[in-house]
Design a protein around this ligand. Structure first.
Ligand SMILES: Nc1nc2c(ncn2[C@@H]2O[C@H](COP(=O)(O)OP(=O)(O)O)[C@@H](O)[C@H]2O)c(=O)[nH]1
Ligand SMILES: [Mg+2]
Length: 374
């Protein structure tokens, strides 16, 4: 009798839930979690493409200084919102969510141009393809920031439940909203086993467990540098790769339908959310400011090999971006043909430091990308 991936995942989830969490079981839990991550990878079956392209179906090119993807259940007001804050109109309610595509618009505000992508509503089970969920989630992987648009008065589900469902769907396709990428650097070696150097003691697992999880990924010799205090899930995320770490902005729409008291109560639950009415325009200019601020855009400068730095036209990109993100922003071929980058500025140890795709850039850096010769 064959069990489906679905069932295998469910069984593993049960087993993980039922296993007591302590020192003597943590290795086993690590094993189960790694197994589950591998199954999830199989289950998704769509390309976990990098930020540069969305892959799978709705092929939207990232443009502008940053990309914000609108996610929410059907009819929460996504299309209304994008038509109010961007220069391109997205038809409102005129189409069915099973037949629509992703529609980009540009929000020009405070000297920056942010791409905002409108999508059909997401529903539970999206990660296994319900309601074109795979296409939607594939686009969400291209986001620097996910704008989660919730409706203040949902009929069937409580607002907190819709929030949880969407966050879970994102998690299942390897999107980690509002999380910083854990700093775990793995350099494979020829021999010598796994040696781990940490800034402070690991509190979520022993070094033994750490190493045993690495071996689940067929890495038995490596130098590992850890600068955070990763959980087992964090480590698996790094080993799996392909995770995206977009920012998350929760926006609650249709506040015009609420009484003062209802609004006050809602604000206690979602304290950091932005409360708007897309229809009446209430609080939209504040929302625009928040979108720009939260994206944390920085400027860097590109220098072509053998030429002068282009200080006239800085490249605008989100904070904590890597050289890989910079490549994706310039042109697809740069990542493919990448050899190394030469970098000067705040993120460099010394001027003209050679770095790889994982290097995290900082405001004002001057960067030269060296590609393979054609
Ligand atoms: N009362 C009220 N209705 C809104 C608001 N925003 C959108 N709507 C309505 O909600 C319905 C769905 O809007 P739409 O933008 O198509 O939602 P989408 O499916 O998320 O794109 C439409 O009838 C809109 O007019 C709002 O702020 N207040
Ligand atoms: Mg819509």
């Amino acid at each position: 009798m064959s069990t489906t991936i679905e069932e295998k995942i469910r069984n593993l989830e049960d087993e993980i839930r039922e296993t007591p969490k302590n020192k003597s079981t943590e290795r086993h839990i690590g094993f189960l979690k790694a197994k589950m991550a591998k199954l999830r990878r199989k289950q998704i079956d769509f390309q976990l493409s990098s930020k540069g392209s969305t892959g799978y179906g709705f092929d939207i090119r990232r443009t502008g200084d940053g990309t914000v993807v609108l996610l929410g259940f059907p009819s929460t007001g996504k299309s209304t919102l994008i038509s109010k804050i961007t220069s391109k109109e997205s038809k409102i309610g005129a189409y069915d969510f099973t037949t629509t595509a992703a529609i980009p618009g540009i929000l020009a505000h405070k000297g920056t141009k942010v791409q905002i992508i409108d999508l059909p509503g997401i529903i539970e089970g999206a990660h296994i393809g319900k309601g074109r969920g795979k296409e939607i989630l594939a686009v969400a992987r291209a986001a620097d920031m996910i704008l989660l648009l919730l409706e203040s008065k949902p009929l069937a589900l409580k607002i907190i439940d819709t929030y949880n469902i969407i966050i879970e769907e994102l998690g299942k396709v390897a999107i980690r909203p509002d999380k910083k990428k854990p700093f775990i650097k793995i350099s494979k070696t020829e021999r010598g086993g796994i040696s781990i150097s940490t800034l402070k003691a690991l509190s979520h697992m022993s070094e033994k467990t750490f190493a045993s999880i690495m071996r689940e990924y067929k890495i038995s010799n490596a130098q590992v540098t850890v600068r955070s205090d990763p959980t087992i899930d964090d480590l698996i995320d790094i080993l799996e790769g392909n995770r995206t770490y977009p920012k998350l902005l929760v926006v609650i729409n249709k506040t015009d339908l609420l009484s003062r008291k209802e609004l006050k109560n809602l604000k206690k639950i979602f304290q950091d959310a932005v409360y708007i009415s897309a229809l009446s325009g209430k609080n939209l200019s504040n929302l625009k400011d928040i979108i720009i601020d939260k994206l944390e855009l920085i400027q860097i400068y590109l220098k072509k090999q053998g030429e002068k730095t282009d200080f006239e036209e800085p490249l605008i990109i989100t904070r904590y971006s890597t050289i890989k993100d910079v490549c994706a922003k310039i042109h697809r071929k740069f990542e493919k043909e990448f050899r190394y980058a030469v970098i000067s500025g705040k993120s460099a140890k010394h001027p003209n430091q050679r770095v790889g795709l994982d290097h995290v850039i900082k405001e004002g850096d001057v960067i030269t990308i060296i590609t393979k010769k054609f």
